[in-house]
Design a protein around this ligand. Structure first.
Ligand SMILES: Nc1nc2cc3nc(NCCc4ccc(CCO)cc4)[nH]c3cc2c(=O)[nH]1
Ligand SMILES: [Zn+2]
Length: 372
């Protein structure tokens, strides 16, 4: 069995747990934040940078890599690990979300999805079997099933049809999946409807996946709605399988997700916002473009151990952002990703010491979140 998940310690007051996931490319502790490398690169960061900031597992995306450079090319390169020179674990999303959110959609049928590429308008078709074939060629350690993620808000009937289709597609993904060295996760849908969420979970549990993605969230719904769905769903999920909240997220969502029992997270937030000049720091957000930082020669975040915070001032970073220098994206991305990885390290430490709620309160107070 090349994939394994073990719970090391359970929090006495919340649904949080400390765990460890084992894969053919190494193991890592959970709860974990996974930086997103959509097109086989975490934007502006080298694999050396990622190791320096203790990134353990990164994401890549089936939809994007299928369109460019193509999965056959990556297969010829020896797979994604060799192609991008990343020898630690990789997770690939199936494209279920990207096809619906990026492509010019032509048609969704039970067979699969017909769409036009967002790059050049060329026509394509992806089925559950095709998505698995692509993910098998890319060779990630954890691969996600091909699902239908509905937008928010969504009417009940549409959400119900998407749940049924997602379950039929999950069965087809499992049947098509060959490689023993890749763990296939099912993805739970159901929008914001409690009964549909439970129905989706039950149908996927029958297929006995090694882990489960919680999909259909972080699609514009209010945070309390997301938290409520987690509170209702996670107690019904197997304790011995990882729970992966897809597309999340911001520091408050990471902490609140862990408290409710989530083990894995991913989000483009740290790198996407870095390129706009927005940094996350222990004392809240810093928009480096703003005038107050023009003569602020202090570090971006005095509590941070990253290369950016140890070597450059806010004034210098602001200059780079205003001058649209490439180094701005590099230095702020490095810091933002390190910030979330460090947050997860602190969360794991708090679980070890059984003081997660105290940690949450002190983090929110410093970061500037109003607690409720
Ligand atoms: N296969 C699959 N993949 C998903 C990826 C997702 N990603 C999200 N949310 C990401 C939202 C998101 C997008 C951009 C930014 C940057 C700052 O604006 C932050 C969050 N929700 C998601 C849901 C699914 C899903 O059901 N199925
Ligand atoms: Zn830093």
């Amino acid at each position: 069995m090349s994939f394994k998940f073990e719970v090391i310690k359970e929090c006495s007051k919340t649904g949080a747990r400390l765990g460890r996931i084992y894969t053919p490319h190494g193991s890592f502790e959970t709860p974990i934040f996974m930086p997103v490398g959509t097109q086989a690169t975490v934007k502006a960061l080298t694999p050396r940078d990622l190791k320096e900031i203790n990134a353990q597992i990164i994401l890549a995306n089936t939809y994007h890599l299928y369109l460019r450079p193509g999965y056959e090319l990556i297969r010829q390169a020896g797979g994604l690990h060799k192609f991008m020179n990343w020898d630690r674990p990789i997770l690939t999303d199936s494209g279920g979300f990207q096809v619906f959110s990026l492509a010019d959609l032509r048609e969704i049928t039970d067979e699969g999805v017909y769409f036009r590429s967002h790059l050049d308008g060329s026509k394509h078709f992806i089925s559950p079997e095709k998505a698995i074939e692509i993910e098998n060629a890319l060779g990630a350690d954890i691969i996600m099933a091909f699902d239908e993620c509905v937008p928010y808000p969504c009417d009940y009937e549409t959400a119900k049809d998407a749940v049924e289709r997602t379950s039929r597609w999950a069965r087809r993904c499992k049947a098509a999946h060959q490689r023993e060295d890749q763990a296939l996760f099912g993805i739970i849908q159901g929008s914001v409807f409690r009964d549909l969420r439970m129905r989706s979970l039950e149908q996927l549990l029958e297929l006995d996946f090694p882990g489960y993605g919680i999909g259909g969230l972080s699609v514009g719904e209010p945070k309390p709605v997301m938290y409520e769905i987690l509170e209702h769903m996670i107690p019904a999920m197997p304790k011995d399988k990882p729970r992966y909240l897809m597309g999340v997220g911001s520091p408050d969502c990471l902490i609140e997700g862990v408290i409710r029992g989530v083990d894995m997270f991913d989000c483009v937030l740290p790198t996407r916002t870095a390129r706009t000049g927005l940094a996350m720091t222990s004392r809240g957000k810093v928009m480096l473009r703003n005038a107050p930082y023009q003569r602020d020669f202090s570090p971006l975040d005095p509590e941070c151990d990253c290369y950016t915070c140890q070597n450059f001032s806010r004034a210098y970073l602001r200059h780079l952002v205003k001058a649209r220098e490439i180094l701005a994206a590099i230095l702020i991305s490095l810091h933002n990703v390190r910030f979330l990885i460090r947050l997860m390290e602190e969360i794991r430490e708090a679980i070890r010491n059984d003081r997660l709620l105290e940690y949450r309160d002190s983090f929110f107070e410093k970061y500037g979140y109003n607690n409720k």
